[in-house]
Design a binder for this molecule. Structure first.
Ligand SMILES: CC(C)(COP(=O)(O)OP(=O)(O)OC[C@H]1O[C@@H](n2cnc3c(N)ncnc32)[C@H](O)[C@@H]1OP(=O)(O)O)[C@@H](O)C(=O)NCCC(=O)NCCS
Length: 134
């Protein structure tokens, strides 16, 4: 297994992204999705025999805030510790650059995965907020 900062191809990533079902909501084309990847501050791709089996990325201002996104492990390869390894590398990158805080959005039923890594819910009176229709 290889963990690399090298981007996968657009096709490889689209295929992995499609395993999540998230694109039902976003309706991203393969080109749009790849542009988003290319605009990331940092990416980690995990390959096993040329197959993309895991991924994670950070968007970041380089100094204060980082946002971890698209941590995806292929369904056939979940539960092998790959997700934890990807997260460790993303967090290590932030640590190296002395980023002051790391944000993320947990997908449904995945909060326990992030809690094990030390992430906590924000305080109830200071929640994360979002706007989807604007
Ligand atoms: C969530 C996901 C990234 C976890 O990756 P993974 O490679 O399967 O997880 P790991 O094998 O590295 O697990 C690390 C630890 O987290 C635990 N864990 C994994 N998924 C969990 C979950 N949903 N809830 C609670 N704990 C979880 C594991 O049991 C393991 O615990 P251990 O260290 O005590 O053995 C993976 O299931 C995935 O890609 N899911 C689909 C996409 C997705 O929802 N991504 C999250 C976006 S917010």
């Amino acid at each position: 297994m290889i963990y690399t900062e090298k981007l996968p191809t657009a096709e490889q990533f689209y295929e992995l992204f499609e395993t999540t079902g998230w694109n039902k909501k976003y309706e991203l084309t393969i080109e749009e999705l790849y542009l988003a990847l290319e605009n990331s501050w940092y990416t980690i791709s995990v390959f096993d025999n040329e197959q993309l089996v895991g991924f994670g990325r950070i968007i970041c201002d380089g100094v204060v805030h980082a946002l971890i996104l698209d941590v995806i492990i292929h369904p056939e390869r979940q539960g092998e510790g790959i997700g934890k390894n990807v997260m460790d590398k993303l967090v290590a990158k932030c640590k190296k650059h002395k980023i002051r805080d790391i944000q993320l959005f947990s997908a449904k039923d995945k909060a326990g995965f992030y809690e094990k890594l030390g992430f906590k819910n924000r305080a109830e009176n200071a929640p994360g907020m979002e706007m989807e229709k604007f």
